[in-house]
Write a protein that binds this ligand. Structure first.
Ligand code: SAH
Length: 324
């Protein structure tokens, strides 16, 4: 079987998330610190006020993993923004039956969907951490005056002639196109422009798109060959934030950011929250809290490579974390 890389990636990841515990292979910001989900929950509460506090409102998460982010978000919302808590209807977009079962255990009352398109109509607040990086990418290779595209056959790349992507690249260089992420942004952009709201994506990738192969497989927390161990490793690629933002803008939405995760979380008050949490804790617990916050915010850890990007209705002002 010869399969285009994006089809291979979609199939391998669907099998992976359906059968494995992804947290044996990688960890994510909400698993590192409860303050991450709390900060995103309060972000949603503030944006809801900026939207004019519509009730009811859909609070959705794409790719909720174990449900940790949303559990932390709802706890913070319940404490600080009870009117938003009462107005929100919780919707989760998740394809893996295994992860849905975990989410159901900690998020009673949620409604599940396979795709973002299936969310009911109306004002929307959508959160997504490390969702876009799991969506399939295509890879083109510069060959002479033209281009080839990468396909997968028997766990190896084969190249077939292809139409040219609009990017300068040197001979042999790989250019990635995240069509699935762009489609999500275009669909959301249209919806947000029409019926209001905002979507917050936190993910990893460079500020400006550069040529290069960023496809990565993680298995047991170490890098694996993306084409081997099909369905047994987590496949991700860098998110092309500029392409995601452009796809939403092209249909009338506004984009804000991307802002480095460290800057974004600092603006949302994460360091102060950590200090407050650590204050009355035993020294070992306090140190763990501070350590988690450092991992999320320090530039050499997750603070710079990870970024926050918002897509929203054009009438909304600068959203929390995105104002200078
Ligand atoms: N946000 C979580 C999980 C990140 S892993 C965290 O931060 O810990 C990626 C998540 O996206 C998983 O829940 C996975 O099952 C889900 N996912 C991956 N591809 C998807 C797709 N095409 N549609 C819906 N969910 C998807």
């Amino acid at each position: 079987m010869t399969e285009r890389l994006d089809a291979f990636m979609a199939r391998a990841n669907a099998a992976y998330y359906a059968t494995r515990d992804p947290y044996a292979d990688f960890t994510t910001a909400p698993e590192i610190s409860q303050a991450f989900g709390e900060a995103l929950g309060l972000w949603a509460a503030v944006v809801w006020r900026m939207m004019g506090a519509p009730a009811p409102v859909i609070l959705a998460e794409a790719g909720p993993g174990r449900g940790t982010l949303m559990v932390d978000a709802l706890r913070a919302i319940g404490r600080i923004a009870p009117t938003f808590r009462a107005a929100l209807r919780l919707h989760l977009v998740e394809t893996s039956p295994r992860l849905r079962a975990l989410q159901a255990g900690c998020l009673p009352g949620a409604i599940w969907h396979d795709r973002i398109e299936q969310l009911p109509a109306g004002p929307l607040l959508l959160l997504a951490n490390e969702f876009l990086d799991a969506l399939p990418v295509r890879q083109f290779v510069r060959r002479g005056a033209g281009w080839t595209e990468r396909y997968v056959a028997a766990a190896r790349f084969v190249e077939l002639p292809a139409a040219a992507p609009d990017l300068p690249a040197a001979e042999g260089e790989v250019v990635e196109v995240g069509e699935a992420a762009r489609a999500v942004a275009a669909m959301l952009g249209e919806r947000l422009a029409a019926t209001g709201g905002a979507a917050l994506f936190v993910d990893y990738g460079p500020e400006l798109r550069a040529p290069g192969d960023s496809l990565q497989a993680l298995r047991g927390r170490v890098a694996a060959d993306p084409l081997l161990a099909e369905g047994e490793a987590d496949l991700t690629a860098h998110v092309d934030f500029s392409a995601v933002a452009a796809a939403a803008r092209a249909v009338g939405a506004v984009s804000q950011g991307p802002v480095p995760q460290g800057v974004f979380l600092a603006r949302l008050g994460l360091p102060q929250r950590i200090d407050a949490l650590a204050r009355d804790k035993p020294p070992a617990r306090a140190a763990a809290l501070l350590n988690g916050a450092r991992r999320l915010t320090e530039p050499h850890a997750m603070g710079r490579l990870f970024k926050a990007l918002a897509l929203c209705h054009p009438a909304l002002p600068a959203l929390p974390g995105f104002a200078e």
